[in-house]
Design a protein around this ligand. Structure first.
Ligand SMILES: Cc1ncc(COP(=O)(O)O)c(C=O)c1O
Length: 362
């Protein structure tokens, strides 16, 4: 199509995880929180008046920014509300990355990054994680990088592994461009890079209400950075990125910290059980700090076949047919009942598919 830019015609679009309409499916494929949002969220949604819908929403979602600022102990000016964390990524690429610019990210990491890079006709620099069994480390090359933008998911998706704050500070301090730490899963982790924002003008954090606050269906996220950085992103955003219902829901969700934390605790407890039981069955599972685990299937097994056989039993997990991931499944932590069904099904399939334990499985 002659009217489409060459780089768009040449690229492939992002393929999101399956969203089946069948309610009977055990859905462990897109890292949603298995628990519903706070009851206060539903109250806030019901309280939205027709007049609030008739008018345009607050473009800055100030009620949300104030509530989030209180939770984080920072000023509201350091928070930018967006239509999901994904919108923040789009804004960052639009503001920072031009044609031919270098954009760096780890591999494997969030598979949307190369797509956003292709949209800008940028030059992607994929840095391979150093993977040794369950141990995932940043490569030394990261300290020699020259690019406009560096994206690090922490805890990482799809591995769930965590890079410590001192290491992040070293990377950010030595990098010449903007650094995004994608903290979409940070609510399930013991540390965040929040305290580094005051230290580095080139740093921005991504947060999402999709996972920790059970609002994937609402589409709400936010960025945390110095006001000077956010000011540039405001120039390239849509006029009204977050709708009135989403703003009301997101505010109620972040204000009800006690409820959200309760769901995180339950997920962490289940994460421990699922990790242990998968390891007992011969999977190699890095220690996860997110609401999912990445499980390398046992020697002699076929991850894609296992994914398919689970799907035949109405259990959906995520399979990425790409280098370094083709022997693994990413499994979202569900409720105890869902996880029990998953583990039971894997146990049965293991007999049928004749799994043998990995030598390095701990
Ligand atoms: C690593 C990572 N970053 C960002 C996002 C975007 O989250 P959302 O747009 O749902 O807020 C996701 C969603 O799955 C993700 O996995």
């Amino acid at each position: 199509m002659a009217w489409v830019r060459d780089n768009i015609a040449a690229m492939k679009g992002y393929v999101p995880g399956e969203q089946p309409s069948d309610a009977g499916i055990i859905k462990l494929n897109t890292n949603e929180n298995p628990y519903p949002p706070s009851p206060r969220v539903m109250e806030a949604i019901r309280a939205v008046t027709p007049d609030r819908l008739r008018r345009y929403p607050d473009p800055d979602a100030n009620v949300f920014r104030q509530a989030a600022a209180k939770v984080h102990g920072i000023s509201p000016e350091m928070i930018m509300a967006t239509n999901g964390g994904d919108e923040l990524l789009a804004l960052l690429f639009r503001a920072c990355v031009g044609e031919g610019d270098r954009v760096a990210f780890l591999n494997p990491a969030y598979s949307l990054y190369p797509v956003l890079s292709a949209m800008q006709a940028a030059r992607p620099v994929a840095l391979p994680y150093e993977i040794n069994g369950g141990d995932w480390r940043l490569p030394e090359d990261i300290f020699k990088l020259n690019a406009k933008l560096l994206l690090i998911v922490n805890p990482n998706a799809p591995s769930g592994t965590l890079i410590d704050r001192d290491m992040l500070a070293r990377v950010i301090g030595g990098f010449p461009g903007a650094v995004l730490i994608d903290e979409a899963y940070v609510d399930f982790a013991p540390t965040s890079a929040l305290e580094l924002v005051g230290q580095f003008a080139n740093l921005i954090l991504l947060r999402s209400l999709s996972k920790g606050y059970s609002l994937a269906g609402m589409r709400f996220g936010y960025g945390i950075a110095r006001e000077s950085f956010l000011r540039e992103l405001y120039k390239v955003r849509d006029s009204y990125p977050c709708d009135a219902v989403a703003i009301a829901a997101a505010r109620a969700a972040i204000e009800d910290q006690a409820y959200a934390r309760g769901t995180w605790e339950k997920v962490l407890q289940e994460r421990r059980c699922v990790t242990e039981q998968l390891r007992n069955m011969g999977f190699v599972v890095p220690r996860s700090h997110a609401n999912f685990v990445l499980a390398q299937t046992p020697a002699g097994s076929d991850a894609e076949r296992l994914y398919q056989r689970l799907k035949d039993r109405n259990i959906l997990v995520r399979y990425f047919p790409q280098p370094r991931l083709a022997d693994k499944l990413r499994i979202t932590i569900g409720t105890p009942v869902q996880n029990g069904a998953l583990l039971e099904a894997i146990g049965e399939l293991a007999k049928e598919m004749l799994f043998r334990p990995h030598k390095d499985s701990a």
